[in-house]
Design a binder for this molecule. Structure first.
Ligand code: DQA
Length: 146
């Protein structure tokens, strides 16, 4: 099974960005931990981060017929990007939306998501653990629907 983790804009700054909200763990460590979980679960995991909406869209397109499930923290694009939503729907790959922070406990503009209603599920507010929980949910979904 092939999974893809997508992190959107500014998540490359994790560890030094608004640490009171996002914590002190950097993205490399998050990816490393998730790769460890993937190995234990016997699945392949690719990790991708970009600050560019078009690169994220293209990476989703490239996943067509190659990837069984996507974990996506689209960062601020969550709240703005119809293009990322359309790309995910276009390739028909099941995905889980995730966030480190609880976006519903923050500013009003973060309450809008273009991804949630079409996602298998949403994990938000558990810090770095959101990544692990999202992978668990995605794996369970794929394994029980095959
Ligand atoms: C975030 C929440 C978004 O609102 C924000 O723009 C981010 C990070 C999170 O992981 O909590 O960049 O996706």
């Amino acid at each position: 099974m092939q999974l893809l983790l997508i992190n959107g804009p500014n998540l490359n700054l994790l560890g030094r960005r608004e640490t009171d909200i996002y914590g002190t763990t950097n993205l490399e460590s998050i990816e490393e931990e998730l790769r460890g979980k993937a190995i234990k679960e016997n699945v392949d995991l690719d990790c991708f981060q970009s600050n560019s909406e078009s690169e994220i869209v293209e990476r989703i397109h490239d996943s067509f017929k190659k990837v069984d499930g996507i974990l996506i923290n689209a960062g601020a694009y969550t709240h703005t990007s119809i293009a990322i939503r359309d790309a995910l729907l276009g390739v028909s790959i099941p995905y889980v939306e995730l966030h480190l922070s609880n976006t519903y406990a923050r500013e009003d503009f973060r309450h809008q998501s273009y991804l949630s209603d079409k996602a298998i599920g949403l994990v938000s507010g558990f810090g770095i653990m959101s990544y692990q929980l999202a992978m668990q949910g995605l794996l369970n979904h794929i394994r029980t629907s095959n």
